[in-house]
Design a protein around this ligand. Sequence first.
Ligand code: PPS
Length: 295
Amino acid sequence: MEIRRIEDRGGKEILTKYYDGIHFPPIVIGNVKDHLEALRNLKHKNGDVIIDTFPKSGTHWTYEILHMLQNGKADYNMNPSMILEFESIDTLDNLDGPRTLKSHLYPKHIPKSLIDKKCKIIHIYRNPKDVAVSMHSFMSRINVGDMKGYKGTWEHFFDLFVTKPLAYNTWFQHVKSWLDFKKTNPDLPILIMSYEDMKKDLRGCVQKMAEHLGAKQDPEFLDEVASKCQFSAMSKAQSSNNKETSMSRDGSNPFYRKGDVGDWKNWLTVAQNEMYDKVIEENMAGIDLEVKYTL
Ligand code: PPS
């Protein structure tokens, strides 16, 4: 593992831990290698579910929905930061099953027992323009370990996002790895959904997730889950989540901002947008996925 310092045009840095061809955020435990190897052997618990996403694609949102569905109760979870690569093996082992596990890992690093036992996987993707905007805000607000708040401007950050692999490499590589994994493992229960579809029809997506999990599908319960997981309700409930507010520079919860589709239009200049559209066109070759940039 190497520490990589990725510098923007203004000299502001983003740190990553580089291992096995992938850039990881510096809060991944230890030298990455040992933790990933230990994770490969994490013990499975009956009914475990994994949400995997590229960062800023709706991880917390999906977690809340799945947690409610798994527990049959529409209660918010105030202890939601169970990202596989950020938690110790003991912490993960000590969670009561069935667990709702989150991750941004590539398929090759997902615990083997969870794959062998065909645990349910949900992969959520979000259009990369909104991901870039969300990530810049998050990187500027976060203050945990070696993630001390990125000080660069939006313009400089966007340059990096487009030209350099940052944490979990590029959006295209990450999304492609999961599409390919699903294609080559048709027997595995992997549901792929988009953030934009969740925004457009949350109730319908909650129903699909409940079907995928084999969870209770009583219509009133699913209505309640969808209503509690609307951005306004969920961000309000989580604004007092001390575990998460303690991770930000300003005391706000850094995992919630605007929760919209198409906010990128308020951030990308015409020139940035045209340049990125070309990058998207080149990189989407071989990625068979409908990506919505507006609703
Ligand atoms: S992380 O750090 O990777 O786990 O972040 P993640 O949770 O994947 O993504 C954060 C973005 O998701 C938005 N969010 C929501 N959108 C719609 N509805 C609900 N309920 C919801 N909850 C969180 C959050 O605001 C971040 O997006 P932006 O665009 O920054 O608002």
